[in-house]
Structures are given as structure tokens and as C-alpha cells.
Design a protein. Structure first.
Length: 172
């Protein structure tokens, strides 16, 4: 209730999603913050094939190569994000960690229809962060985990498409 007797909209529960926004070259990407286990400098990572922190081994993963993005991974802002999906653990080299953000789920949008090929597996959707378009990474794809896609009969698929609501807000 406000001082005038009305209801405050601030008390309305909203669903939020948390992301770590990173940059590779001129491209901005979002990693679900739930899987972030730490952010290390190059000095903390060293030159080994894996990073071990608190008994967990994180294999080095070159995201810029996986996405075919040109990035300068020798700059002073380079960081390594330790990420875990529960099944897989990776040390992801990024050009810059831009920041941690929370966004209302309704502000996440699906990929536009021009994304029609493999990139539908790479990204879960997109959002805006400080006037930058940010692609939400599909971390299962990034980590090389199976997609979990199951084939279903065409009739069932058509019915599913008819009953599925709009995807706005459903991608994060």
C-alpha cells in the first residue's frame, strides 16, 4: 500500500533472470549467472590445459573459436570465466567481462526468424544491455553437451506448435 491507500506495483512479484555479460571482439554474449563459479585473470589461470579450483577441474574452452568470432585474448581486460552446468566444467576465455545483470524474464526475446540454421542451437535468445544487443548463449551447446532433442511424430509436433504460446520472455 502507498501512503495514499493505493497498491504499490513494486510489491508485484516479477520473475528475473541473472546473466554475466561478456564481450568477444565487437560481440556481446550472456552466460546464465547460475553456472558462473568464478572469474580469473590470466595470471591466475596460467598456461595449463585445465584450471583446478576447489578440487574441480575446468577444461579450457575457446569460445571465440567455437563461435568463429575474432577476439583479442591477449589484452589487459582478458578474463577466464569458470562455468559449470553440473555435468561439465569449462574455463571460458573472454576478451572482457562487461558486468552482471538481472533482467525481467519478459524482457528476453527469442531469436528472429532470420536465424534458421545451426545458430538456433547456439543461442537461446537475446536481450538489451546498456544499448547493446546481447545474444544469450545456450551453455549446453557451448560446453558440447548433448542437446536432449527427442524426435516426435509430425502430428504431435503440429499440435505442439498450435498450443505453444508466444516465446517472448520464455528464453531466459
Amino acid at each position: 500500500m502507498s501512503l495514499r491507500g493505493g497498491h504499490n506495483s513494486e510489491n508485484t512479484p516479477t520473475e528475473v533472470a541473472s546473466f554475466l555479460v561478456i564481450r568477444l571482439g565487437v560481440n556481446y554474449f550472456a552466460l546464465s549467472a547460475a553456472g558462473v563459479r568464478g572469474v580469473l585473470t590470466q595470471e591466475e589461470v596460467g598456461h595449463d590445459e585445465a584450471v583446478t579450483v576447489s578440487g574441480t577441474s575446468y577444461q579450457l574452452l575457446d569460445l571465440s573459436q567455437r563461435l568463429s568470432v575474432v577476439a583479442n585474448l591477449s589484452g589487459p581486460e582478458r578474463r577466464t570465466v569458470l562455468y559449470s552446468t553440473g555435468r561439465s566444467h569449462a574455463a571460458i576465455a573472454v576478451e572482457q567481462v562487461v558486468g552482471l545483470m538481472e533482467i525481467e524474464r519478459k524482457d528476453c526475446v527469442p531469436l528472429p526468424s532470420l536465424f534458421q540454421s545451426d545458430e538456433r542451437d547456439w543461442f537461446r535468445g537475446m536481450l538489451l544491455y546498456q544499448d547493446q544487443l546481447v545474444l544469450i548463449l545456450n551453455l549446453a551447446w557451448v560446453m558440447g553437451e548433448p542437446s536432449g532433442i527427442v524426435s516426435i511424430p509430425i502430428g504431435q509436433a503440429e499440435q505442439l506448435v498450435k498450443t505453444t504460446p508466444s516465446m517472448v520472455g520464455g528464453v531466459c
